[in-house]
Structure formats: C-alpha cells, structure tokens
Design a protein around this ligand. Structure first.
Ligand code: ZN
Length: 368
C-alpha cells in the first residue's frame, strides 16, 4: 500500500488559491513524488522484509503453498523418474596434494551439488559443504547421493571461509559442518550464514560464525564477504518455514569477485546484484531441480534462466552447481547440462563461458 498523502486537502482548494500556491505546490509535488517512488522501491534487507515474523523475498510472486506441494507429489506417482542406478557420471580429476599446498593459483573444484572449493588469493573457500549420503534430516531416508563427493572431506585443504546459502538439507548438512569444524585447523574456519542461523551453529559449539543480513559485509582474514538477496525460501522443521533468511554470497578480494548463488528462482534481484556489485570474475549458479515448472519455477531456476542470471550479474565465467548429485525433482539428472549447452549456443556464447564440470574436477583459472 502507498502511504496516504498528507497534502490531499490542499488539492481541494479553489483555483485562486492554487495560483498563489504554485511554489508550494511544486514542493508538495516533489515530496509526493519522492514518497511514492520510495514506496515503489522494494525493501532491500531481510530484516525489513521480515515483517516481524517470516522472511520474504524482495520481489514477491504468487508462491505455491502446501496444497501445491501435495499436487506435485501426487503427480509424481504417474511419472517414470529414473532411479539413482540409471546414472553413471564419470569422476573428474583433482590432486589433493596440490590443492593442499596451493596458495598461489586460482583454482575451482566442483565437489558435487552446491559444494565448491575455490582457492583465490591464498584463501580457501568452501560453499554449502555437503559430503553425506543423503540430503535429509536422517541418513536412512530422503534423497540419496547418486555420485560420491568428487573430493573427500578429509582430502580438503585447510578451509578459511565457508559460506552457507540457507538451511535446506541439501545446503546445510550437520554432519559435514561438524566434521569440518573438528578436523585439524577447523576451529579457525569462519562460517558465514544468513540471518537466523547463528544459533544453529552455536548449539554445535561453533563460535567463529558471522551472521549477515542481505547487503551486509564483513572482512575477516582475507577477502570481503557480502550477503546478497536471492529468491528462495527456508524450512528445516515442520513449523519453521521462512524463519531464517536465505542468501547468495559475494566474495571480493583485491582483483577477484566471486558470486555464489546458492539456490534460487529467477527474479529481478540478479540485475540489482549486477548493478551494485558486478561484474564478476566467476559465478556459481544452479542449473538443476527445475521440473515441473508450474511448481518449481518459484524457487529453482532452469538452465536457460541460469544463463540469464550469468548475463544479469555480468559474470565473465560461470560454473554449474546444484545438479547431478541428488534426485530432488522430476527432470532426469543428466538433462541440465544438455539444456545449458543448447542455451549457450542459442545465445552465441562458448561452452567455456559456463563451465559444466565433472564431479571432483579441478580447473585452474586464468585470472589475468
Ligand atoms: Zn533450497
């Protein structure tokens, strides 16, 4: 709703008074214009978008409810979704010894799903670490991992920074967090989390946690880390829908800018990120978990939309995440890369502009 104008009474004055009030009228007009344009601007922080209870997206749309969820689950019964055994993804090459000693070269390793190891400027950054067998509150039920982590947790180099996009079980995995914290040097790792998640880490005894609102920034040891809005939601328990914030992350050092999208639907918010913080040297953008569109489009982008995000934010090079690891939705697990390659061709872009890596594959990035 727009705020009521405090000046509406003056507009009912006679014409004679109107001409006497021209300068005043102009001032009033300016004030009204500013008020209305402010009201039309979407709120920019998670706190102000919280409304006192639940967090909301900056550009809200008609998001689906529980009945839609039930409709989707029922519709799945009639579909032939290939089982995990139907897939045979070849493993990529990496060298844990090199990664452990490397502090000079900029490297990128896709470990699986949304887990990426980025080494830049001597800092080792890990995104949404997930090394468990299932993306689930329990390890005896729920989406099972189709491909083992491409780099084992014990083979990781020392980790300086971990960024967490949100609390869904395929992004925030308790077992992986505890193992990362308990390994040698793990107490020095800084965990960056969106609003409302610090308590979850504190209960595990983890103290080096930085909780940020959208657009807030922090400099620890090494790069600046900035939380940015994406279009998603959160839930971990039955009654916890949207009680904690979701975010993408920008990691910015002297000569390298990285954007980790986490998990998101398509939204004008990406153009905002591009305008405020772009362009980016590298972006990790989800390309999977998008079917059926009538239900998933609110919270998960398609490969074509992922390419649009790449353009919106001004990314020089992107890497595909959030695919090929857990069966979460209805599309075949190996479909997203095929659609991405087709979309790249249609836009006249090269395959190297949007990398599709094998699980565990390391690439050394040319940062010149
Ligand atoms: Zn999610």
């Amino acid at each position: 709703m727009l705020p009521p104008s405090p000046f509406s009474g003056q507009l009912e004055m006679s014409n004679a008074w109107f001409f006497h009030l021209v300068p005043e009228f102009l001032r009033v007009g300016m004030a009204c214009f500013l008020l209305l344009s402010c009201a039309a601007q979407p709120a920019q922080s998670g706190k102000t978008n919280n409304g006192g209870r639940d967090f909301r997206n900056i550009y809200p749309n008609d998001e689906p409810g529980f009945l839609d969820f039930l409709k989707w689950r029922l519709s799945r019964l009639g579909k032939k979704i290939p089982p995990p055994e139907a897939y045979d993804f070849p493993k990529g090459k990496n060298n844990p010894l090199f990664l452990r000693s490397n502090r000079e070269k900029t490297t990128l390793t896709w470990i699986g799903h949304a887990t990426i190891l980025l080494q830049v400027g001597g800092t080792n950054i890990l995104t949404d670490p997930h090394f468990s067998d299932r993306a689930s509150p329990v390890q005896w039920a729920g989406p099972k991992r189709v491909v083992a982590p491409g780099l084992a947790l014990e083979d990781l180099p020392p980790i300086d920074v971990v960024v967490i996009s949100h609390e869904h079980y395929d992004s925030l995995d308790k077992h992986s967090i505890v193992e990362l914290y308990e390994r040698e040097g793990g107490q020095d790792t800084i965990f960056y989390v969106p609003l409302g998640l610090k308590g979850w880490f504190s209960r595990l005894g983890i103290k080096r946690v930085v909780e940020l609102d959208w657009w807030e920034r922090h400099v620890g040891r090494g790069p600046m880390v900035i939380a940015v809005p994406v279009h998603h939601w959160s839930q971990r328990g039955v009654f916890s829908r949207n009680k904690t914030l979701w975010a993408g992350w920008v990691v910015q050092s002297k000569d390298f800018r990285f954007f980790f999208c986490g998990d998101s639907g398509y939204s004008p918010v990406f153009k905002d990120i591009g305008q405020k913080l772009g362009p980016f040297d590298l972006a990790a953008i989800p390309i999977g978990a998008y079917e059926p569109r009538w239900f998933m489009r609110y919270h998960h982008i398609s490969p074509e939309e992922a390419l649009q995000v790449h353009l919106d934010i001004g990314s020089k090079k992107s890497v595909a995440i959030h695919w090929g690891t857990f069966i979460l939705t209805d599309e075949p697990l190996d479909e997203p890369p095929k659609r991405m390659k087709k979309a790249l061709k249609e836009k006249g872009l090269r395959e190297g502009d949007f990398l599709i890596l094998k699980h565990g594959e390391t690439v050394v990035l040319d940062t010149d």
